[in-house]
Design a binder for this molecule. Structure first.
Ligand code: 3PG
Ligand code: MG
Length: 396
């Protein structure tokens, strides 16, 4: 690996601009999963104990270049303070006079959090001027946001060229773990790709089929494939306009020798609601007003059989509507099987993505996985072998 780490930098007395990903789920002002915050603690602590002054740069949600109070990073200050065990000051913009003064006056032992970088439309355009405004605030740039490294944005890419740059502890850990497990994986390799975001992952699926032996497709995405196979999915979440693309992926997989595993039985409910009345049906018998909310028991048996034959498992996305009971059944059962196979040394299991990690935590499977990544999209793009702009910029 050809990038510098914090160990290569002289941090004493220096203002260190740290790009973190604290894009955590918040419900009614309460952080519901602080995993991403916990995982940046080593970086912040190491900078502080080396006498450096951490200045955190981060995005939050997708405000689209507008200042939106509900997407202000200010609400995370208490959670950050308790995670770091340090005082966290806040500047209401990530560039400009207020931020510059706050950075200048930062005292050893304190952390400065800058407002959501995406309040500037220029951020997502990788604008060099915005990056220069940010770079003015620090003397060293440290990127610890592996999970945002697939974005070429001012705070992840352009800025890395303007200051001496290095990878943070989490960035380092993510790259080392993924490289270790997946650069020359033990075969057979199985990927599980699920979740609701269909169109964003179809391209990834197209690439994965050339790399993995089995591809298990779950969640709303599976419904799009069922449509491509000419099946009725009733009122289920599905991107019907993508059915041509899905059909192409099925054909390409066959040529590539990748076995695609789709549900053969489905859990069909009347509505998207926890404990909604539901029945298990063969995959070709969804009712016209039914919604497929999970894979059925026969599908789970087939998936766990694939796991048992695999040596490496990569998991991104739940198999069903895991957030409402009992439609988390397939996800939990498959996750627990993967955990057991990992425990007994038969499987290397790597999972990533906010929903996935939440589901694996809920089932108790996460602790037995070989590695849990904080990244979703970046994790998938890394798996595909794509260059992540945030990582590439550190290498230059
Ligand atoms: C994420 O939550 O996946 C990362 O923070 C990246 O966010 P984005 O998908 O809005 O770029
Ligand atoms: Mg995302």
């Amino acid at each position: 690996m050809s990038w510098k780490t914090l160990d290569d930098m002289d941090l004493n007395g220096k203002r260190v601009l740290v790009r973190v990903d604290i894009n955590v789920p918040v419900v009614d002002g309460v952080v519901t999963d602080s995993t991403r915050i916990q995982r940046i603690v080593p970086t912040v602590r190491d900078i502080l104990s080396a006498g450096g002054k951490p200045i955190l740069l981060a995005h939050f949600g997708r405000p689209g270049g507008e200042r939106r109070e509900n997407l202000s990073l200010k609400q995370l200050v208490p959670t950050l303070e308790s995670a770091f065990g340090a005082q966290v000051l806040f500047a209401a913009d990530c560039v400009g006079t207020e931020a510059e003064l706050a950075a200048e006056n930062l005292q050893p032992g304190q952390v400065l959090l800058l407002e959501n970088t995406r309040f500037h439309a220029a951020e997502t355009k990788n604008d060099p001027e915005l990056a220069a405004g940010m770079a003015k605030l620090g003397e060293i740039y440290c990127n610890d946001a592996f999970s945002a490294a697939h974005r070429a944005h001012s705070s992840t890419e352009a800025i890395a060229r303007l200051l001496p740059a290095c990878a943070g502890r989490l960035m380092q850990a993510e790259l080392e773990a993924l490289e270790g497990a997946l650069s020359a994986p033990k075969r057979p390799v199985t990927a599980v790709v699920g979740g609701a975001k269909v169109s964003t992952k179809l391209e990834l699926l197209g690439n994965l089929i050339t790399k993995v032996d089995y591809l298990v497709i779950g969640g709303g995405m599976a419904n799009t494939f069922l449509v491509a196979k000419g099946l009725n999915v009733g009122k289920s979440l599905a991107e019907r306009v993508m059915k041509g693309t899905a059909a192409e992926i099925l054909a390409k997989a066959e040529i590539a020798g990748c076995t695609i595993v789709l549900p053969t039985d489905i859990v069909v409910a009347d509505k998207f609601e926890s404990h909604a009345p539901h029945q298990v049906l063969p995959a070709d018998q969804c009712t016209d007003d039914g919604m497929i909310l999970d894979a059925g028991p026969e599908s789970v048996a087939a998936i766990t059989e694939v796991f048992a034959q695999s040596r490496t498992l990569i998991w991104n996305g739940p198999l069903g509507a895991f957030e409402i009971e009992p439609f988390d059944t397939a996800t939990n059962a498959a996750a627990l099987k993967a955990a057991a196979l990992t425990r007994s040394g038969q499987l290397i299991s790597v999972a990533g993505g906010g929903d996935t990690v939440a589901a694996l935590n809920a089932s108790g499977a996460a602790k037995d996985f070989s590695y849990i990544s904080t990244a979703g999209g970046a994790f998938l793009e890394w798996m595909e072998g794509k260059t992540l702009p945030g990582v590439a910029a550190l290498e230059e």
